[in-house]
Every structure is written in C-alpha cells, then in structure tokens.
Design a protein around this ligand. Structure first.
Ligand code: TXA
Ligand code: MG
Length: 360
C-alpha cells in the first residue's frame, strides 16, 4: 500500500477532500474505528474525536485522550436514519419530524436509549444524544466503519472546540490514531442539543440549528435556563452534564462586554486602556464595524455584525489565537442573543467564565 499522510507524534494526519472524500483514506480510518481505535474527523460544526459507540473500551479511550470527566455523555453519530430506531428505545413523533426537516445537519436529539448503547457512551444516563452530521467525510467514515460513532468535540476538555485539523493536532497529537483533515469546518459552533424526552422539547445547548427554526417546526420549544444564563450553571439543575464543566476557555482572563454596539465600543476602549496602563498584554475580540476604533496588543475581528455565520465560524479559532499570542486579558464584544447569536453568546459567556460587563 502506498503511504498516505504523515505522522505527528505517532498520529497519522491524512488530508482528504471534503466534497469527494478519497475512499482509500476513509478505509484506513474506518479500519482504525473497527479495531477500537480513535479517529478525529471533520463534521460541519467542529472536529469530532470518534470511536465505535458500541464498544465500551473504545469509548473509554476517548475520555482518556481528551481528559474528559467521565460524567459527560457522548453524542452518537449515524449515517442512516434506521440507526436512530436501533439506538433509541422509542422515537417520539416530534423527533421524527425534526430528523425529516434538519438531518443531516447540526442537530442532536436526546432520546431514551436502547440496550445496544453501552453505559460508558452515555455516562450511565438512560438517554442518548444522536445526530446525523452533514459533512461528507463524516458520513463516509460512519458508513465504512459500519458502526455508529461516538464523538465529542476533538479538543482537550475545557479548551475551545477545534475548527481545523491543526487545532486537533495541538491538543491530541500522540493521543489518537488518525486525523482526517478536511479543512476548516463550515459552521464553527457545535450542534444544537435538544431533549426530546420532555413533553415540550427543551434545548440544552444552542448551536448550529436555530432555536427560531426549531420553534417554527415544532410549535413549542423551551430553552433550558442554563443556555441563556449569565451565571455559572452549577446553581441551576444541569440537565446536559456538559453545562457544568469549564468550557471553551482560553488561558487568558476574559471579559465579555454586552449591550448596544456603540456603548460596547466605548467600554472596550476604556477597559483596554486601563489594562494597558497596568502593563498587561491586551487582546481585543472585535468586529469589522468596530476594530478600527481600538488600540491593543492583539486585535482580531470575528467578522461583520451583519453576518453571524461568519462570526460563529471564526469564534473558536480566534480564541485559540489569543492563547498563542499569550495575551494576559481578552476583551470581547457581545452580540444579540438571537439567530446564531444565541449559540455564539452561550460560548462567549462560558469562555469568559461569566465575567460579563454591561455597557450602559
Ligand atoms: O457539533 C457537535 O455536536 C460536535 C460534533 C463533533 O458532532 N460534538 C460535540 O460533542 O460538541 P461534545 O461531547 O463536545 O458535546 C456534547 C454535549 C455535551 O454538553 C453533553 O453533555 C451533551 O451534549 N449530551 C450528550 N449526550 C447527552 C445526553 N444523553 N443527555 C444530555 N446531554 C447530553
Ligand atoms: Mg465539547
């Protein structure tokens, strides 16, 4: 067999076409999955760290590689709708409606699990999160592996989710067998997680599928209070175990400034000036509209306020860039919590450890 990819600390890094994935590369990765190994792969949202969802040992090694707390369940990825019925004890009518409308895509459905799903995959819960990703590499990998693939985001626990293969290598080289590099991910924030076991479905994590779209499809949808929370979720009953863990956190201290765009700019400028006067290295997470107003050590724009898709796509990459630049403090602009802004603000608030400042 001709050699494919290159090794980084023992991890095989394979470049692959995201539209027409080369089957040879998929087969190499699928063999690793079948043998109980770990493969990082792109989805439309972020890179996932995959293993055979039905193999307890394989799933246990995901927790190890990521240093993920054992009480945080995995999302199980499927490529065929029939697998939802095999993995779920029952599929509520509303869940079927959502799969027809939003799959493949960034939507994870929480349903009661069947006996096929091992305890370790779902951290002992009686439910399982299932999604069908819309990335061709992800779908080909699941099909060729012939098993559902459990995959959390492919970052070290607590770090921003990876949106490029480079991010995965930074966090996990030497800890995983293969990475399929399909380039930067399209959506940039993770899937929306919705609990379908409730009479009124409840969003546990806002993400790439919009609350507004889910509401239009179902009529009634609730947002778990922690999704909008401006405080640490430990004070709330944490339904998604992931809610209570430290998340998306850059190494630097971070302050999130929320409010009207004009007032935000004024407060960010004041904060930056104060921090610089203290001799701190200041990073500012700005937008195209505001960036020229600022003075700081590392200035980055998430994109235009009028293009939240772009903002979401750039978010995790820029948080990682501030770490590389070793800034002492990140001052970030907030956004309105609607559309994709809901997911973006959910991540920003957690990244800032709920260190939020209201600008007027
Ligand atoms: O877009 C995504 O969802 C990415 C890609 C790789 O698919 N995956 C992802 O996985 O973000 P992870 O493990 O980083 O986040 C999954 C979230 C966690 O907050 C977890 O607690 C929650 O979903 N979750 C998973 N299964 C659950 C369950 N049975 N009940 C409640 N929450 C669950
Ligand atoms: Mg994650």
């Amino acid at each position: 067999m001709k050699s494919v990819g290159k090794k980084v600390k023992g991890t095989l890094w394979i470049k692959i076409d995201s539209e027409k994935p080369q089957i040879e590369a998929i087969r190499i990765a699928a063999d690793v999955i079948k043998k109980g190994g770990l493969v990082a792969f792109p989805t439309e949202t972020v890179y996932g760290l995959g293993a055979n969802a039905l193999d307890s040992n394989a799933v246990a090694s995901i927790f190890q590689a990521k240093e993920r707390p054992a009480d945080n369940p995995m999302i199980v990825h499927i490529a065929n709708r029939k697998d939802l019925c095999r993995l779920a004890r029952s599929v509520p009518h509303k869940a079927e409606k959502l799969t027809a409308r939003f799959w493949p895509g960034p939507l994870t459905l929480i349903v009661k699990r069947s006996s096929l799903v091992p305890d370790v995959t779902v951290a002992g819960l009686d439910t399982v999160g299932i999604r069908m990703p819309s990335n061709e590499i992800a779908l080909a990998l699941i099909r060729e592996s012939e098993v559902p693939i459990a995959a959390p985001s492919a970052n070290r626990a607590g770090k921003p989710s990876p949106t490029t293969a480079q991010h995965v290598i930074e966090d996990l080289a030497g800890r995983i067998d293969v990475i399929l590099d399909g380039g930067p991910t399209r959506v940039g924030v993770e899937s929306t997680v919705i609990d379908m076991t409730k009479r009124i479905p409840q969003i546990l994590r806002p993400g790439g599928t919009l609350f507004e779209e889910l509401k239009a499809a179902l009529g009634e949808v609730m947002l778990h209070p922690a999704t909008l929370s401006e405080k640490q979720a430990a004070t709330l009953r944490a339904r998604a175990p992931g809610m209570k863990h430290r998340h998306y956190a850059p190494k630097a201290e971070m302050i999130l400034v929320e409010g009207d765009p004009d007032k935000i700019v004024k407060r960010v400028k004041e904060l930056a000036a104060l921090s610089m006067a203290d001799g701190r290295k200041v990073g500012i997470l700005a937008t195209d509209e505001s960036i020229s107003n600022y003075d700081g050590d590392v200035l980055r724009s998430l994109g235009s306020r009028s293009n939240m898709e772009e903002v979401a796509r750039n978010l995790f990459r820029l948080l990682r860039e501030f770490d590389e630049e070793k800034v002492d403090i990140i001052i970030a602009e907030g956004f309105p919590s609607r559309g994709l802004g809901l997911a973006v603000m959910n991540r920003l608030r957690r990244a800032a450890s709920f260190n939020i400042l209201r600008a007027g």
